[in-house]
Design a binder for this molecule. Structure first.
Ligand code: DX5
Ligand code: ZN
Length: 217
């Protein structure tokens, strides 16, 4: 599967956001939007005014990662702003996950289901064939710049095997501490969408950092 690189603007320079988005337009596949509500995660990032501003400049698809309680409340707003992919956490919604996946799809977006590192990966299996993609957190959601949790590789591998076993090819996105050093192993494990915040934006040459992630050695 073709790798897609989704830089997270959580690590961008918000005072120069237009510049950073234009840079991503030229080198990345997706723009990853980390929405945090200070309740599901112990941090607040940004919301719809920022997504709207990004949407005016972005020429590549926007990928929203909702780290919020009640993600279903925001599905329509995401769709109206032209978000192409919206994911939410299984931990935040429990048994409502299937309904929310369907709502996201009914609003014309791809629906992703996310789990934090402490949630058994098997909890995603009932949604194989229903969710358009899965997001495996390789750090605990809430902050950029954390260290990659190596056990994530096994979790991605297990999920990939189960998806394949059931005859699907839903992409697996990985988010947290992704960098040029672990990209090859992540690709081998079966991830095909790489979210990267600090390894892109803290690099001397961010577009070169994106290129390195795309061709892991
Ligand atoms: C963490 C966010 C990530 C984060 C990734 O809660 O979901 O998208 O911005 O940042 P890095 O790549 O720095 O771990
Ligand atoms: Zn994210």
């Amino acid at each position: 599967m073709q790798l897609q690189i989704a830089p997270s603007i959580l690590s961008a320079d918000f005072a120069e956001l237009g510049r950073d988005i234009r840079m991503l337009n030229g080198c990345a596949d997706l723009i990853h939007l980390d929405v945090m509500d200070g309740s599901f995660v112990p941090n607040i990032s940004f919301g719809f005014p920022v997504i709207e501003a990004v949407s005016k400049i972005a020429t590549i698809p926007m990928d929203a990662h909702l780290m919020v309680v009640h993600p279903e409340r925001w599905v329509k707003r995401c769709a109206e702003l032209g978000v192409a992919m919206t994911s939410f956490h299984l931990e935040a919604v429990g048994d409502d996950a299937g309904k929310i996946i369907d709502e996201i799809k009914a609003n014309g977006m791809k629906a992703g289901l996310v789990i934090n590192p402490d949630i058994p990966v098997e909890r995603l299996y009932p949604y194989i064939g229903q969710a358009d993609y899965f997001l495996i957190m390789s750090v605990f959601a809430g902050f950029g710049g954390q260290k990659f949790i190596p056990e994530s590789l096994q979790r991605i591998k297990a999920l990939k095997e189960e998806i394949t076993r059931r005859g699907f090819d839903s992409p697996i996105e990985v988010d947290g501490g992704v960098n040029a050093q672990n990209a090859a192993a992540l690709k081998d494990a079966g991830a095909s969408i790489f979210v990267a915040g600090s390894s892109v934006f803290k690099a001397e040459d961010p577009s070169q950092a994106v290129a390195l992630l795309r061709n892991p050695q």
